[in-house]
Structures are given as C-alpha cells and as structure tokens.
Write a protein that binds this ligand. Structure first.
Ligand code: AMP
Ligand code: MG
Length: 337
C-alpha cells in the first residue's frame, strides 16, 4: 500500500479516508496516533493488524468536544464534565461506561470506553470533518517507543496505512493521563501529559496503583489491559538509575564503554566522554524531558549500542510519566543509587 503524506491543507482528504474506513496517522499534542473510524469495526481491526497490537488492549476514542461524550458514554458523573471543562482539549483520557454503539473491538469487549479530546487543531478539524469519533492508539509498531513526529510514524507505518497527517512535532511528547471514573474512588490507570496533581485538584482523592511504579507479579491482574504489555522499548536493554543526579551520573560513568547508550540530564552530559549520549533536558525541566524521551529511546536503534542507561527524573508533575515510560522501556530493570 502506498502511504500518502498529508499536511494541514489536506484535512478533507484525511477526513474522507477516515470516514471510508482507512487508516490515518494523526498528530496530537501527546504523541502521534494511528486513527480509524471508531464506529466501524472493520476499520478498527486494521489498526490492530498494522501495529501488531494484541486484541485485548483497547483503544481511545478521540472526539472534538465534550458535547460528544454523551453519544458514546452513559452514567457520566458530573466530575467528568468538570474535568472536560478544565482539561480539554488536552492530554487526559476518561474511562466511562460505554453505550452500545461503540464496537467491541474498540473497547476489547470491556463495558467501559476511554475518551479524549486532543489539543491539536489539525486533528480536531479532521475529526469534525469526518463526523465520526476516531479510535486511536499510539502510532508505533506494538512494543516500540511512541512516535512524536511524522518521521517516526513514517518509520513504523509507511506502506501499512493509507496516510500520515503531518502536524509538526508533538508539544507534550508522552501519552495522555488515563483516569478511570467508573471506580468508587477515581483510579489513575496511566500517568501521562496531565500531571496527577491537576487531577487531584478536581477529584480530591485519586487511587494510584503500585503497578505504575513496578512490574506486575504473575498472579496479579492488570488494572488496565495495556499495563501487562512490554512497551516503549529500544532494541538494546535499558537500565534506569534512580537517585540524586550526581550519584546516578557517577554510576553510569563507571560502566561507560564505546557501545553504551546514555539518557542523561543536560547538567551531566559533559561527564560522558564515550558511548552514545542523549541529553533529554535539564534535571528540573520535566516538560523538555517529556518532549524528548521517546525520540531518545528510538534513536538508539540506528546506533550500535548494546546497553542503555537512563537517569531518572523525580516523580512529580510530568516526571511521573517520564519515569514510568523509562521504567517500562527497561522492563522495570531499575537500580537505586
Ligand atoms: P496507547 O495510547 O497506545 O497506550 O493505547 C491506549 C491505552 O488506553 C491503552 O493503554 C489501553 O489499555 C488504555 N485504555 C483504552 N480504553 C480503556 C478502557 N476502557 N479501560 C482501561 N484502559 C483503557
Ligand atoms: Mg501505545
């Protein structure tokens, strides 16, 4: 299949492809998504094939405004509208009871659906023009780091999908925060582009599962289907080093060889005199770290590195999402110094 590269001038073309059951790579503020008509099971099935995604991992429905929530969800609590008012368009996905018009393949058979309004003018215009909700996971091949620019999507999806809509690099760089509003106490299912602290301002108590910070044990059931899969991983094995920046940098320096990959903060980059070094931003600049983390992980695959060490940000604000992506890329291989 020939994959068309579209720009903001081609919104009507992208909308027509979506409406007719094709697949389009869509820019959002978080990461690029692989979108299809969310009301058409055959179209959604093609997403799973193109990504090599397990069928039991549900997708998120993307809508252009909160008024559409009621079309696909029922028993919507007032907190959902409050969150939408404050945080949409933006990097927040709400899990709510679904209506019957949402195909099983979107929700992997669950009776809930994840819904989000993305903050990207090109994609909002394409969804509006298509007139249907767009089901999309991240646009990477299953297991690889998520795409944060059209070039990454091209690497993973050229020849497999109808089109990629180039909307520039992603402003946030990590996926949406997912909150389950069907539980008695709202539960964080994935830390992401909206800091947990922002959710707590609206919801008060939020349950945070230990599985976000460590691997699941064999007997444990994942809270969200996506939690059980290996994610975001470059080819070389990753070790995350937590602790004060000086200490983690010193630990990595002692292990440095010409074939070591390093993810580090700007302050420590000059210490690494060998290996392949990726600076993901200042130790305190978690916004920059979020924008760069997937590009850094992905970039090692075209180098000869045989092992990768990553300094880990503190787990406040966006740091919770950045640390979670690094730990998942490492299969939770974490060293505390
Ligand atoms: P991705 O953006 O590639 O991570 O894919 C969407 C994510 O949303 C996956 O991690 C899913 O497990 C999660 N998700 C989507 N719908 C639901 C749902 N109804 N309940 C729990 N998690 C969901
Ligand atoms: Mg993904």
């Amino acid at each position: 299949m020939e994959t068309k590269l579209l720009t903001e001038k081609d919104i009507d073309t992208a909308a027509a492809i979506l409406r007719e059951g094709g697949l389009v790579g869509i820019p959002t503020e978080t990461v690029y998504g692989l979108g299809a008509n969310g009301l058409c099971p055959e179209a959604v099935a093609r997403i799973f094939t193109a990504k090599g995604r397990p069928q039991d991992n549900p997708l998120i429905l993307h809508i252009p405004e909160a008024e559409w929530l009621d079309r696909y969800c029922r028993n919507i609590p007032p907190a959902a509208y409050e969150l939408a008012e404050r945080c949409w368009p933006g990097p927040l996905t709400m899990v709510l009871p679904r209506r019957e018009n949402v195909p099983d393949i979107v929700t992997a058979g669950l009776d809930t659906v994840g819904v989000r309004c993305p903050d990207h003018p090109v994609t909002l215009a394409a969804i509006r023009a298509a007139g249907v909700p767009v089901a999309a996971p991240s646009g990477n091949v299953s297991g690889r780091p998520s795409p944060t620019c059209a070039g990454h999507m091209w690497e993973d999806m050229a020849g497999k999908i109808d089109a990629i809509l180039d909307g520039g690099p992603c402003g946030v760089g990590v996926e949406s925060t997912i909150i389950d509003l069907t539980a008695p106490v709202p539960r964080l299912l994935r830390p992401g582009g909206l800091p947990l602290e922002e959710l707590q301002k609206v919801l008060g108590e939020v349950a945070v599962d230990a599985a976000l910070l460590r691997p699941l044990r064999a007997e444990e059931r994942p809270m969200a289907p996506g939690m059980k899969y290996r994610h975001y991983a470059p080819k070389a094995p990753v070790t995350v080093v937590t602790g004060p920046g000086e200490a983690s940098a010193a630990y990595i320096c002692r292990r440095l060889t010409p074939r070591t990959g390093v993810i580090c903060f700007t302050e420590y980059a000059p210490l690494f005199q060998s290996g392949t070094v990726r600076d993901i931003g200042g130790a305190g600049d978690q916004g920059v770290q979020a924008r760069r983390v997937f590009d850094a992980l992905r970039s090692f695959d075209s180098t000869g590195v045989t092992e990768i060490y990553a300094q880990c940000p503190s787990e406040t604000g966006l740091g919770l999402a950045v640390a979670n992506r690094l730990k998942k890329a490492a299969g939770f291989h974490v060293v505390e110094v």
